[in-house]
Design a protein around this ligand. Structure first.
Ligand code: UDP
Length: 416
């Protein structure tokens, strides 16, 4: 076991949590585990695997992370599958099916032995899902890990994929709302954040305070922040409206920081709409961030007094997790995964309108003690529910459940 890595997490989550992971992993020593996805960098899935794989290895499992590659036509097809699964009608022809399956066949030849011999195979999202149908000699348990909201899929594409996915021994979804009926056990495992990454680690106080000067902000005025792509579902115009309303009653500055306009023509339009709505107001700051500005996002979240995530539609909402972890109460739209993170009146407030958000901004800025208390609860709530260690515990428990069936009991106790 890699004691050093585990010790770094132990310093944050405590001995009991790490002990429990060790006890679960004890039953899985040297188990051959393979994760397969389609990108090493970029996006939430890769981000989680970068943390998850070394942690599993540190606990004594024999883990590999394989990335399937493909030509442009393959990723075009998988992008359309992705969009279809999120509810958008797409053109899905026999040619698309051929491109998808042929690519999986080619990749299978490279991974054949590893996949046949593995005790557990986690296939992430639709891109490599077809691999299972090519591996009749498989020895291990295969799990389809779906990170997508499948609640309203475009049926023709889902019908095709469901046939493939039905071959798996189990599937994992991030939230109950995201699931579809499937003929095998389904597990709900929400995403998580890693407290050791640049996005979430503790920062020196001068780096946090540095954001005021860096972005031309007033260090003596409260800071209300939303970090989001320029996307309608994040309701940036609602954020500006809420800010303008609340500013009539209490002084503060509002920062909307995000990126995403470069490769997204709609993002650019929205960015300009937001600038127009802010009308050069001296207390409203629209920041355009590059995609790798993890430390800057971290510093802004730590510098904020209150964080908004006023989405009108949301997947899980990692920005909420990140802000709660930094001890900030979050005023969030009552939708998607925000609902399971913002416990109304405890870790933040759920709102439905800009008016509602404005009211809660005023409340939280006015009542400092309440704000700090909610922030403490918020941090604790993430510590217990949405860190990578909980995510890993769920994976290990699932693996044990898959191999022990109904028969065997696995005892796990806290030692202290
Ligand atoms: N993010 C970022 N820069 C930005 C906007 C967002 O680094 O300009 C990060 C944010 O910190 C979070 C992720 O991108 O880790 C967004 O995930 P979330 O689930 O909140 O929303 P999504 O953009 O996936 O809909």
């Amino acid at each position: 076991m890699d004691g050093e890595l585990l010790a770094r997490y132990e310093a944050i989550v405590g001995t009991d949590v790490i002990d429990q992971l060790k006890q679960l992993a004890h039953h899985l020593q040297a188990a051959r585990v393979v994760h397969v996805n389609s990108t090493r960098y970029g996006g939430g899935v890769a981000e989680i695997l970068h943390s998850m794989v070394p942690l599993m290895q540190a606990l004594g499992l024999n883990v590999r992370w394989e990335v399937i590659s493909g030509e442009e036509d393959f990723f075009k097809v998988t992008k359309s599958i992705h969009n279809a699964l999120q509810g958008h009608p797409v053109e899905f022809t026999e040619a698309s099916v051929r491109v998808y399956e042929e690519n999986n066949r080619r990749e299978y030849e490279k991974l054949k032995e590893i996949l046949e011999e593995a005790d557990f195979v986690f296939i992430h999202d639709p891109q490599p899902a077809f691999l299972i149908t090519l591996c009749p000699q498989r020895k291990g348990k295969w799990v389809w890990r779906c990170h997508i909201d499948l609640s309203r899929p475009y049926r023709p594409v889902w019908r095709y994929l469901r046939n493939i996915v039905s071959n798996y021994d189990a599937s994992i979804f991030s939230m109950p709302d995201f699931t579809q009926p499937l003929p095998h056990p389904q597990y709900i495992i929400p995403p998580s954040i890693d407290p050791l990454t640049e996005k979430n680690m503790e920062l020196p106080s001068d780096e946090v305070e540095g954001v005021f000067e860096r972005f031309n902000l007033d260090a003596n005025k409260p800071l209300v922040l939303q970090i989001s792509r320029f996307d309608r579902f994040k309701d940036p115009l609602g954020v500006i409206r809420a800010g303008l309303m609340a500013m009539k009653f209490i002084p503060f500055q509002l920062v909307y920081a995000g990126g995403g306009a470069a490769d997204d023509p709609e993002g650019e339009i929205i960015y300009h709409e937001v600038l127009a709505a802010a009308k050069d107001h001296p207390d409203i700051h629209i920041l355009y961030l590059p995609p790798e500005a993890h430390r800057t996002v971290n510093a802004l979240q730590r510098a904020a007094d209150v964080v908004l995530q006023k989405s009108i539609r949301e997947g899980f909402g990692l920005t909420v997790t990140e802000a709660l972890w930094k001890g900030k109460p979050v005023i969030g739209g009552d939708t998607g995964g925000i609902r399971i993170q913002v416990v109304n009146h405890h870790t933040g407030f759920l709102v439905h309108t800009p008016e509602g958000a404005a009211l809660r901004i005023r409340y939280l800025l006015f009542y400092k003690e309440k704000r700090l208390e909610m922030g403490r609860k918020a941090h604790q709530f993430v510590k217990e529910n949405f860190l990578i260690t909980r995510h890993l515990r769920d994976y290990l428990s699932l693996m044990l459940a898959l191999i022990s069936g109904n028969g065997e009991r696995i005892e796990v106790e806290a030692r202290s």
